[in-house]
Design a protein around this ligand. Sequence first.
Ligand code: ADP
Ligand code: ZN
Length: 202
Amino acid sequence: MNIVLNGASGSGKGTLARFLAADYGLQHVSTGDIFRENIAKKTELGRKIESFVSQGLWVPDDITIAALLDRIKQSDCRNGIILDGFPRTLAQAKALDLAIVIDYVLAIEVTDEVVIQRLGGRFICKDCNEIHNKRWDKTEKCKVCGGELFQREDDKEETILRRLQNFRANNDEILNYYRERGKLLLVKDKIENSPEMTYKLF
Ligand code: ADP
Ligand code: ZN
């Protein structure tokens, strides 16, 4: 089974992806994580994309598609994947359809207010990438591995707004693309919901 998770930054899709991956034995594939890893390791890909990611601009389609297709060819993706942060453009959605069959697209609808509040409180484990939020995770260290938590460079208000604008400008046509193909499940999220509560809505 292959699932696409769709939602703005801060919609909680990264956290949902982790729940789904654990419950259904699927591999979590996040283009944001792939990019951040490559930046940290200073790979050739990392050097190419660093300035886009740090400014909250999208990485060009050709680079993003190549990186994703390369990742999902690996053996840990054989039993199915949860895609988080991909596709974000129609070109990416079409390239994906040429490579694998997507069974469901789970879309989380959130208001700008939710996004700004959640991203402002987001902290990530530097060792295992686990996502935490000050609002419901009352820990100083990672709740999974005890690692140190940090706030992402691109989780500043100005950058958050730019990512949100990009998302809103492109997402309707992606949702329509999957709706026409009968794959779309849409859930409206509420500001007071934790990711655990949103997961139960699906
Ligand atoms: P968020 O969902 O919080 O914005 P991600 O971790 O998904 O963050 O992505 C971080 C950054 O990586 C994005 O701001 C963008 O620069 C880049 N990125 C990730 N996925 C894509 C994609 N599918 N297309 C283009 N750029 C992407
Ligand atoms: Zn951790």
